[in-house]
Design a protein around this ligand. Structure first.
Ligand SMILES: Cc1cc2nc3c(=O)[nH]c(=O)nc-3n(C[C@H](O)[C@H](O)[C@H](O)COP(=O)(O)O)c2cc1C
Length: 314
């Protein structure tokens, strides 16, 4: 049995120290987030790739499914960042998590609105700066995580050092998949863990069943580090799209985004990541980008959130 200490962030108390990482585009929507919160953890809606009104609808839907706390994750790299943040604050979510870039303004704006500000950092330096700016808690996300990466170093290479250097609760993320990993993260100073891949493959995840099956059938040799148009490395599964477009730089015809909507503040334009993530979520798995964490090989079954909590010892 894991340490059952709740995650306490000021007046926000999360009964079980398990955070479900926000996952875009439309992988962690209301149903997954609410199920995780109902199970005692903190469920997070991945807002990047949505517009402001869609996010509002998702937040309200999650609130209708649970009375427990709900968070929103927004990538600082998206052009709609300010509008998405405004909606999250207007809807009074319990916490806003910001990754893939840095935003000073978000911390003060969230605090002013009475919402916990939780930056996602990948270095001791960014941890110190975030704490100085008033962050209520921090996610330390290592190079073992899925999606965009701020470092390529492993969770346990940096965790204890960062944990010792901060005074706010530290949530460890990246390549944590079983109860042993979670216990080790607690032993090395984490107050909670953030898990992505395991929840992306859950019954309640909004990913298409073919996406989840891609995870189930994946081997560690299928993992590649790609160059995202957002200017960051990202961890994904090698599929037709990655081999033919992402790794070769060949032009491709987007399936859903026919005209560029400038979704990123800065885009390298090596491929349309919005289209690729939408394709994957909708089940066009050969034409999409399937982000995953380093331990995806260990996800062997699609399970309910409740069963995942149980198996993790919570
Ligand atoms: C499919 C997928 C999409 C993700 N999207 C986001 C995102 O939109 N914003 C973000 O900050 N992190 C994102 N992440 C990272 C997760 O929130 C989480 O921190 C990470 O996956 C943890 O590592 P794990 O997958 O090994 O458990 C994503 C991860 C995955 C697997």
């Amino acid at each position: 049995m894991q340490s059952r200490k709740p995650l306490i962030i000021g007046d926000l108390i999360i009964e079980k120290p398990i955070v479900q990482g926000g996952m875009a585009v439309r992988i962690s929507t209301a149903e997954l987030a609410a199920s995780v919160s109902e199970s005692g953890g903190l469920g997070i809606i991945g807002a990047s790739g949505m517009d402001a009104e869609e996010l509002r609808v998702e937040i309200r839907k999650a609130r209708s499914l649970t009375s427990k706390p709900i968070g929103v994750n927004i990538m600082a790299a998206v052009s709609a960042f300010n509008e998405l943040l405004r909606v999250a604050l207007e809807e009074k979510v319990d916490a806003v998590f910001v990754g893939a870039g840095f935003s000073r303004e978000f911390i003060s704006a969230a605090k002013e609105a009475g919402v916990k500000a939780i930056p996602i950092i990948s270095s001791k330096k960014a941890a110190a700066l975030s704490e100085k700016l008033g962050a209520d808690a921090l996610v330390f996300e290592s190079g073992e995580a899925g999606g965009h990466l701020g470092t390529l170093e492993g969770t346990f290479e940096l965790l204890s050092d960062i944990a010792e250097s901060v005074n706010v609760p530290l949530i460890a993320a990246g390549g944590l998949i079983n109860s042993k990993d979670i216990q080790r993260a607690f032993n090395e100073g984490a107050s909670a863990v953030q898990l992505g891949t395991i929840f992306a493959a859950s019954e309640e995840s909004n990913a298409h069943p073919d996406y989840k099956n891609y995870y189930i059938n994946a081997n560690s040799e299928d993992i590649v580090i790609i160059e995202s148009p957002a200017g960051l490395p990202g961890r994904a599964l090698k599929n037709k799209f990655v081999e033919e477009v992402v790794l070769t730089g060949r032009r491709h015809e987007p399936k859903f985004i026919k005209t560029c909507i400038k979704c990123l503040k800065k885009c390298k334009r090596n491929f349309c990541i919005l289209d690729a993530l939408i394709c994957a979520q909708k089940g066009y798995v050969d034409e999409g980008l399937i982000f995953c964490g380093s331990r995806v090989e260990e996800v062997k079954e699609i399970k309910s959130v409740k069963d995942i909590f149980h198996e993790l010892g919570f």
